[in-house]
Design a binder for this molecule. Structure first.
Ligand SMILES: NC(=O)c1ccc[n+]([C@@H]2O[C@H](COP(=O)([O-])OP(=O)(O)OC[C@H]3O[C@@H](n4cnc5c(N)ncnc54)[C@H](O)[C@@H]3O)[C@@H](O)[C@H]2O)c1
Length: 361
């Protein structure tokens, strides 16, 4: 089993490996009651978790919520609070979230708010959940005004990333989650890039890739739980990625939109003279080999206006994470319009732009 500690006021472990769910019994030993929140596709995993907890002497009950984003609503959260009341869940009890990032976000949020905070143990079952959503303590639900606008910082007691459950995850979801892994490679850990170049499916080295990606996130979060500094680097590729998700009405998978965003951010770094042509091309070729999209033909004016109102934008300025060389993220604020247009041309056409630094006089 691989273990990564996320430092902070209350440090916790991310356990990665086959059968990690079985650690629920030790993590929650001595707890009187636990509620296991899951969506229908994860019923078998939740059933096994309830059994493990009961064997450990914890009175456990499973509660089913809708699948995917349909779980992240105020109505579903309110339904869970009612159930918690019925079960007399107290502050010394615990919530267990089992599922993709949508369910772990919801479970974390209801745990953060019930009696002003009960423990949550996250059992992420998608790649995205394991390396991103369940790690770091951000929880939330959606409103009509936008995604994740209501939420709380509520770090988990433990994260159990059971790689056995990935066997049931649809291929497209696995690939999409890998976009966050490769992002960690570009911003902080070149070994991730080497491993994915050797096996772009990510299947051969899944556990090592996850451990490395979780370490990158853990390092950023430990220094910046409240997302005011270093954590922003995790947003590499996300400024355009989020805009594509919005414009496409969230029909694109998050990782697919981020993949296009990564190429855009790399091209922008190239335009700024911070990345070489070869480094920019490495983004495109690796993402393509992984089966992720690297091109997107959309309405550039619309995307730019969406980027300006991104939740993570500050004021009305446009901020991008770019790389000043691989592994060295930095922030570019209000880049030259010509750089933005050239980076856009490179992701929206079949002819990559030439970085400004390499243009012939
Ligand atoms: N809190 C954070 O820091 C953070 C970070 C990134 C993303 N998120 C959130 O994560 C969510 C996206 O997460 P996601 O990509 O995991 O999507 P998801 O939770 O919608 O899951 C995708 C689909 O895969 C299914 N699934 C998951 N694991 C499975 C398994 N092992 N076997 C079979 N089916 C399985 C789910 O039931 C669902 O149908 C978004 O709501 C996003 O806002 C949160």
């Amino acid at each position: 089993m691989r273990r990564v500690t996320v430092a902070g006021d209350k440090p916790y472990e991310v356990v990665i490996g086959p059968g990690a769910t079985a650690e629920l019994g030790t993590v929650l030993a001595g707890t009187a009651r636990a509620v296991v929140v899951h969506a229908p596709p994860l019923a078998a995993v939740a059933g096994a978790a309830v059994e493990t907890l009961q064997t450990a002497g914890v009175a456990a009950e499973a509660l089913v919520v809708p699948d995917g984003e349909a779980a992240k609503t105020a109505d579903v959260a309110a339904g869970l609070w009612e159930e918690f009341g019925r079960l007399r869940l107290t502050r010394s009890d615990a919530v267990v979230g089992i599922g993709g990032g949508a369910v772990t976000d919801l479970a974390g949020f209801v745990a953060a708010t019930w009696t002003r905070g009960v423990r949550v143990v996250q059992v992420p079952t998608s790649v995205l959940g394991m390396v991103d959503a369940a790690v770091g303590g951000k929880t939330g639900i959606n409103t009509r005004a936008g995604k994740n606008l209501v939420g709380s910082f509520h770090p988990p007691t433990a994260v159990l990333a059971d790689t056995d459950v990935l066997a049931g995850l649809p291929d497209a979801e696995f690939r999409s989650g890998m976009a966050e892994v490769v992002k960690c490679g570009f911003i902080a850990d070149a070994v991730v890039l080497d491993l994915l170049e050797a096996d772009p499916s990510g299947r051969r080295d899944t556990e090592e890739l996850m451990e490395r990606a979780v370490r990158v996130k853990a390092d950023a979060v430990a220094e910046d739980l409240y997302d005011v500094g270093r954590r922003e680097f995790l947003n590499y590729g996300h400024t355009l990625g989020h805009a594509i998700e919005r414009v496409e009405d969230f029909r694109w998978r998050h990782g697919e939109a981020v993949a296009v965003g990564l190429v855009f951010a790399a091209e922008l770094g190239g335009q700024a003279g911070l990345l070489s042509r070869a480094e920019v091309d490495r983004h495109r070729s690796l993402l393509e080999a992984m089966g992720l999209p690297t091109r997107y033909a959309g309405d550039w004016a619309q995307l730019q206006s969406v980027m300006r109102v991104d939740k993570k934008a500050r004021g009305s300025s446009l901020r991008f994470v770019v790389l000043d060389g691989l592994g060295n993220p930095t922030i570019l604020t209000d880049p030259d319009q010509a750089w933005l247009d050239a980076a856009w041309a490179a992701v929206s056409s079949t002819h990559p732009a030439t970085p400004a630094s390499e243009e012939q006089p």
